[in-house]
Write a protein that binds this ligand. Structure first.
Ligand SMILES: CC(C)(COP(=O)(O)OP(=O)(O)OC[C@H]1O[C@@H](n2cnc3c(N)ncnc32)[C@H](O)[C@@H]1OP(=O)(O)O)[C@@H](O)C(=O)NCCC(=O)NCCS
Length: 180
């Protein structure tokens, strides 16, 4: 059977319901997200508008006219010293996982982050999410931190792993100390 072609494009408002469905499936059935309750559409709209206002990318994967995955990145932490680091999210619809869509979403996101001069891309992954850990490592991400029992969902403690990718873009030159 031939695989349907996949388009990767910028998300639009009309995609938000499907983006939300894909996310909420992970919320309700997995530890991929530490949200405990399905997100409301209004919250997803607010998220999208904030991402757009701040110039952060939100991409969707489309097959046969249907959104089947999405990915985005944004601020890692608010303090200005973190401005060269970004944190991403990527979610693929359950029926089509493992067919290359996550990779097809991440590659342009990584390229965009590099071109925009960011230095580090980070992902926070539940330590039980072996598929996502493997997925990130295949993209070149490296496990750099393992936080024990920082999450609690489905009646148990959850460990969270940070993975990071150095984007090989030199940081802005350091200001010279005065008098040198
Ligand atoms: C993790 C995720 C984004 C990866 O996207 P994907 O389209 O399934 O992955 P791809 O097909 O591009 O890459 C396949 C690789 O990812 C890994 N992988 C992760 N989840 C997988 C799944 N459900 N099925 C198959 N492979 C999966 C495997 O390592 C696989 O390579 P391998 O089989 O050769 O080892 C996607 O599976 C997903 O949305 N999972 C549920 C939500 C989630 O965990 N999101 C990430 C939160 S940090």
């Amino acid at each position: 059977m031939t695989r349907p072609t996949t388009d990767i494009r910028a998300a639009e408002r009309a995609d938000l319901l499907t983006i939300l469905d894909i996310y909420n499936h992970a919320v309700e059935h997995t530890t991929a997200s530490y949200d405990l309750e399905p997100q409301a559409l209004a919250a997803r709209v607010a998220w999208f508008e904030a991402r757009q206002a701040q110039g952060w990318p939100v991409l969707v994967a489309v097959q046969s006219g249907q959104v089947v995955g999405w990915g985005s990145y944004g601020t890692f932490r608010d303090k200005p010293g973190y401005r060269h680091s970004v944190e991403h999210s990527v979610y693929v619809a359950p029926g089509v996982q493992g067919s290359g869509l996550g990779t097809a979403l991440m590659r342009p996101l990584i390229e965009r982050a590099r071109q925009d001069g960011h230095h580090v891309m980070l992902g926070a992954v539940d330590a039980e999410n072996a598929g996502s850990l493997r997925f990130h490592e295949r993209l070149g991400f490296e496990r750099v931190a393992h936080f024990r029992q920082v999450g609690h969902k489905f009646g148990r403690w959850l460990d969270m792993v940070f993975l990071q990718l150095l984007l090989e873009h030199p940081p802005e030159p350091r200001a010279r100390p005065p008098g040198r």
